[in-house]
Write a protein that binds this ligand. Structure first.
Ligand code: OOG
Ligand code: NI
Length: 467
């Protein structure tokens, strides 16, 4: 019987979830169609740039999902399921003191980490976990009831988890088991028809609608699934032209003249979905909830710690300046970006703002070349290629969460008292929570090592912008 590799399993999982979500949220299908139109037009108009950040084939299949779970046990199970298809926990995001609205979760993203695996299929899932111990949101009494409720439910069946472990051990699954794994995974992430206990849901919703979406129901579900687009400004206006009202702005860096950096995202609120409710008197009736939405993303260069610091301070500057001057935020952002970020990739490299890989394109011996990497690039001996940002941005994620919340929520005046970080999360889920800066730096280093080997020199022989 044929063997399905983890890579193939990931491709299929992404496809199966996309079909499922399209059935559940028809507006998603429209978003995917519009994204594909925009990408094809972009490819036609800018053939030399369209594949700068990944092949069109990759970008067309590319999705990120978002799910939410209630406890470290549930998160560790999600890690096993994603591990089965070659997706690993990268970065720790704490959204509990996020602006404009605090969200009672800490998050990570599961994604492939190897460059070739990303090229094959970069499926990633932003996974958030409720923090019932945080007193800014929950009293001790509510914490206990939440934990009790969550510990009694089963998000992922034993059979699904056993197949996931088999896939890790055998680097994939035989065809029949692969199909079973996909069927069970899809049903674990589907919206449940189980009645929602109205009183319990509303109690949690008065604190945070994210808390209600996680702890107020007996299953998890895909909260959104996001296609990638090559021109997000164009997508934004085409969706509005089709009568879909998008959130006020695009999250993340503004449109700028220089190379795209990091991640830009925008979303629209999905329509109400019918859900069954169980009332206090035991009767069951149909109601509606509005928690799921559509989102789209555009990706650019992964920034180095130096570049990221410039990004963070520029964002803060934009906030301060637009609040003070009351000018349009997008205009202020464009102005500040033009001052803070260079216009060319070579300058990004020279100032050590972004990560690149390298390719030797000259036949000359190393002795005939400059010893500064940046000069080798500007004289055309070495070609650079930006490393695409594969992760998320906490501030943008907070904006995406906030723009789709139903109520205002309620944050109490208390100490948070539940410290969480990557090491804590890693200990609780039993696998490392990787740091994306290290992944990008590693990729840059191995690419440079290859070029040096071709030249018969050591990386230490070169003057590097980041050393
Ligand atoms: C996750 C929100 C964050 C993103 O793309 O930054 C997110 C959620 O709503 O569960 O998906
Ligand atoms: Ni998202």
């Amino acid at each position: 019987m044929s063997h399905v590799t983890q890579t193939e399993l990931r491709k299929r999982l992404s496809r199966v979830l996309s079909e499922l979500y399209g059935e559940e949220v028809p507006a998603y299908n429209m978003l995917v169609d519009v994204a594909q139109e925009v990408n094809q037009d972009y490819q036609r108009q800018h053939p030399e740039q369209a594949e700068l950040f990944g092949s069109l084939e990759r970008v067309t299949a590319e999705r990120h999902g978002a799910i939410r779970v209630g406890s470290p046990e549930e998160l560790s199970q999600a890690a096993r399921i994603f591990g089965a298809v070659g997706m690993y926990s990268v970065n720790f995001y704490d959204l509990r003191d996020a602006k404009p609205k605090p969200i009672p979760v800490v998050s990570t993203a599961f994604r492939p980490i190897d460059r070739h695996e990303l090229a094959e299929n970069p499926f990633r899932v932003f996974t958030s976990m409720l923090v019932p111990e945080d007193r800014r949101f929950f009293t001790l009494e509510l914490e206990q009831r939440l934990k009790e409720y969550i510990s009694q439910r089963t998000l992922f069946s034993d059979e699904l988890l056993a197949l996931a472990d088999l896939s890790v051990a055998g680097k994939g699954l035989p065809e029949e088991q692969a199909q079973r794994f996909l069927t069970l995974a899809a049903s674990a992430f589907a919206l449940s028809s189980e009645p929602v206990d109205r009183k319990w849901y509303e109690e949690l919703e008065s604190i945070s609608s994210v808390a209600a979406d996680i702890g107020g129901v007996s299953t998890t579900h895909i909260n959104h699934l996001t296609p990638r687009v090559l021109n997000i400004d164009e997508l934004y206006s085409r969706m509005e032209a089709r009568g879909i009202s998008m959130i006020d702005s695009i999250q993340g860096p503004p449109k700028c003249e220089g190379p795209d950096v990091l991640l830009r995202q925008t979303s629209f609120r999905a329509l109400s979905e019918p859900r069954m409710f169980k009332e206090a008197d035991g009767s069951v009736c149909e109601g509606a909830l509005q928690v799921r939405f559509g989102e789209v993303e555009a990706r650019g260069i992964a920034l180095t710690p130096t570049g990221r610091a410039v990004y963070d301070s520029s964002m803060a500057e934009v906030d301060a300046e637009s609040a003070q001057s009351r000018r349009d935020r997008a205009d202020v952002a464009q102005e500040i970006w033009a001052q803070r970020f260079p216009r060319t990739e070579a300058e990004f490299l020279q100032k050590d703002l972004g990560y690149f890989t390298f390719e030797l394109v000259s036949e000359r011996p190393a002795s005939d070349m400059p010893s500064q990497l940046i000069d080798m690039v500007s004289e055309g001996h070495i070609r650079i290629e930006p490393i695409v940002y594969e992760d998320f941005l906490p501030q943008s994620a907070a904006g995406i969460f906030a723009s789709n919340l139903s109520g205002d929520g309620n944050v109490r005046d208390a100490q948070g008292d539940a410290p969480r970080d990557a090491a804590w999360m890693s200990g609780r889920i039993g696998t490392p929570v990787l740091d994306s800066f290290e992944i990008y730096a590693q990729e840059r280093a191995s690419s440079l090592a290859r070029v040096c080997q071709q030249l018969g020199i050591q990386p230490e022989d070169l003057t590097l912008p980041w050393m």
